[in-house]
Design a protein around this ligand. Structure first.
Ligand code: ACO
Length: 415
């Protein structure tokens, strides 16, 4: 086993080096304080591995993303979202029998308890659907309080998330809730609950279905990002799965994370309203005093390209063509990307479009309102949050997550 030597206050200590299955290396500092009295300081956790995980691998320099070893490109082309969910949560793609059983189980739990419907009545119609999603997840723990039901609770939250999301949309537009249908796939059922209206025929368009399946897969996991780390943090205190998922929703909502997809469209609309000149936005993003960032650009881990954004850029052209949608925002987005990628500010800082840059344009073409974009991200991220939560909970070595700090406040004083 290789080790790292650290000299502190003239004393040398050796710490173990841990190597991952893809050759990633880390210095295990878990005994550092005990041995030396020192802790490490890493605000924003840019250099801190918070756990060992077998779920997702990312190589940010090479633009690689794999779920349980499978490249995202292959899964995006060949799988359904529920197959990917099974892969992430249970470790393997399901065979035909397991797939049918898993789909059946999820389908049978899509209904919300009728009493949960009453919660929706209390919200203003302007309520952001992310607030509703988080509150509903937390509320589920009141309907399903038994600790021993972990496996069933995983199915419940995966199954009911699209129903909650679609109901929050229906609430915002004042239409009656559309109940789930057991004869539809996960993606089709969500679209049905979102867009069907009583007494009118609604057929799910195959192009919209396929686009949704793709988007959900691309968002399904992303190792220790802000919301997933939050889910693990909350889960580490043995909080129940519903509370842990609600925490993930809150973390995802922020515009620096999943909330960026809504902000991208609002930014593109702003550029369009101001005459469509992408260069002004670029100049503003470079000016640190402006407080403006190019939304959908930059990533903590990807420093070459985001493989999800590459897939989505191609998909945006295809989906819009299939749906016969001509969205000027797509052209503005492409010009903006081109201008940014040839600008030294963005090149030097290795800032590239991330998954949120093109996803909103596809959601728009599918008829999903802007306020729902981050909810769509959350629906996709559910299997990842669940898989990481389950991995943490199934590991007997899990300790409550409790970082240290360097105190910089007042020294002791007396009244
Ligand atoms: N526009 C302009 N400048 C940027 C941008 C941007 N979008 N992103 C980073 N920079 C600049 C920073 O100001 C900094 O410049 P400096 O070195 O002169 O100080 C440099 O690039 C490095 O950026 P950091 O903020 O240190 O990068 P960090 O890893 O902390 O943040 C983040 C990553 C949050 C994604 C950031 O790039 C950002 O805010 N992007 C816009 C929001 C966004 O799209 N979020 C979605 C991320 S993907 C996801 O969550 C699904």
């Amino acid at each position: 086993m290789s080790t790292a030597k650290i000299i502190l206050d003239g004393k040398e200590i050796e710490l173990p080096v841990v190597t991952g299955s893809e050759g990633e290396r880390a210095i295990d500092i878990s005994r550092l304080r005990e041995l030396t009295g020192y802790v490490t300081l890493d605000p924003g956790y840019g250099n801190t591995g918070s756990c060992q995980s077998a779920v997702t691998f990312i190589d940010g320099d090479q633009g690689i993303l794999r779920y349980r070893g499978y490249p995202i490109e292959d899964l995006a082309e060949k799988s359904t979202f529920l197959e990917v969910a099974h892969l992430l949560i249970y470790g393997e793609l399901p065979d035909a029998k397991k797939k049918a059983a898993f789909e059946q189980e999820v389908t049978m739990h899509t209904l919300l308890h009728e009493d949960m419907k009453k919660f929706f009545e209390g919200y203003p119609s302007t309520a952001h659907p992310m607030a509703i999603l988080g509150a509903m997840f937390a509320s589920m723990s009141t309907f399903y309080p038994k600790k021993k039901d972990q496996d069933l609770d995983i199915i419940r939250i995966l199954a009911k998330a699209p129903t909650i999301a679609a109901f929050s949309h229906k609430k915002s537009i004042g239409q009656p809730f559309i109940y789930p249908r057991n004869d539809l796939s996960y993606a089709s059922n969500f679209l049905h609950m979102m867009f069907a209206v009583p007494a009118q025929k609604y057929e799910v368009s195959p192009a919209v279905h396929d686009a949704l399946n793709l988007l959900l897969i691309l968002h399904a996991d992303h190792e220790q990002n802000c919301s997933t780390s939050t889910v693990r943090m909350v889960g580490s205190s043995n909080a129940n799965i519903f509370a842990s998922m609600a925490a993930g929703v809150s973390a995802l909502w922020g515009p620096l994370h999943g909330g960026a997809n809504q902000e991208v469209i609002e930014m593109l609309e702003g550029i369009q309203a101001a005459g469509g000149d992408a260069r002004k936005a670029i100049a503003q993003a470079k000016d640190k005093n402006s407080g403006f960032k190019l939304m959908g650009f930059g990533h903590r881990v990807y420093k070459n390209f985001d493989p999800r954004a590459r897939i989505l850029k191609k998909a945006a052209d295809r989906v819009l063509a299939e749906l016969g949608v001509n969205d000027p925002l797509l052209e503005i987005a492409k010009h903006l990307e081109e201008a940014a990628l040839s600008d030294p500010y963005f090149v030097e800082r290795k800032l590239y479009p991330n998954v949120d840059f093109y996803s909103g344009i596809i959601y728009r073409a599918m008829g999903i309102p802007t306020e729902m974009f981050t909810v769509m991200f959350a629906l996709g991220r559910m299997p990842g949050w669940i898989a990481q939560w389950k991995e943490l909970r199934d590991d007997p070595k899990t300790r409550i997550n409790r970082p240290r700090q360097i105190y910089t406040g007042a020294k002791e004083r007396r009244l």
